[in-house]
Design a binder for this molecule. Structure first.
Ligand code: FES
Length: 156
């Protein structure tokens, strides 16, 4: 049986696919299997091609996105920081994992509110160690400061 579905190598189809994925993610919050199937059906392409395209771009998420996306800087300045009551990137990561109750390999808190990942230099080396939560940058982090930031966010 031959398929009459177009392959998204066609530039116009590909552009439409990216737009459709963007809209679907805006609508559903992430690209579930159902959302991918819908996009494929609407555009007349194979679900596998939609999935491959969605996986290629970091802009698209195949799992629900946490409300607060915590990005810990692992750049050199943050990695080497950590005197007195402050900590370096590794200590900060370990502290956050413990505070959020994340098990080995787990990246999202059980309530789905927080996710944790590492990034390279957030371009604020003078305030190392740093982390970004969504669009907000937090520097000169100490355990007490992290506690108060998480407590504030947990209230919302
Ligand atoms: S190394 Fe962390 S902000 Fe530059």
């Amino acid at each position: 049986m031959s398929s009459h579905r177009a392959r998204p190598e066609d530039p116009a189809k590909r552009a439409m696919l990216l737009t459709a994925l963007y809209i679907a993610q805006e609508q559903y919050g992430y690209l579930s299997e159902e959302a991918i199937a819908r996009v494929a059906q609407r555009l007349g392409v194979l679900p596998m091609d939609v999935y491959t395209t969605a996986s290629f771009y970091t802009l698209f998420h195949q799992e629900p996105v946490a409300r607060y996306r915590i990005q810990v800087c692992e750049g050199l300045s943050c990695f080497l920081s950590g005197e007195d009551d402050s900590f370096g990137a590794e200590g900060l990561l370990a502290y956050l994992r413990q505070k959020l109750g994340l098990k080995e390999g787990q990246q999202r808190s059980a309530d789905g509110k927080f996710s944790l990942e590492t990034v390279q230099c957030l371009a604020a080396c003078d305030t190392a160690p740093n982390m970004r939560i969504n669009e907000e940058l937090y520097g000169n982090l100490t355990p007490a400061k992290v506690d108060s930031i998480l407590a504030e966010l947990a209230k919302e």
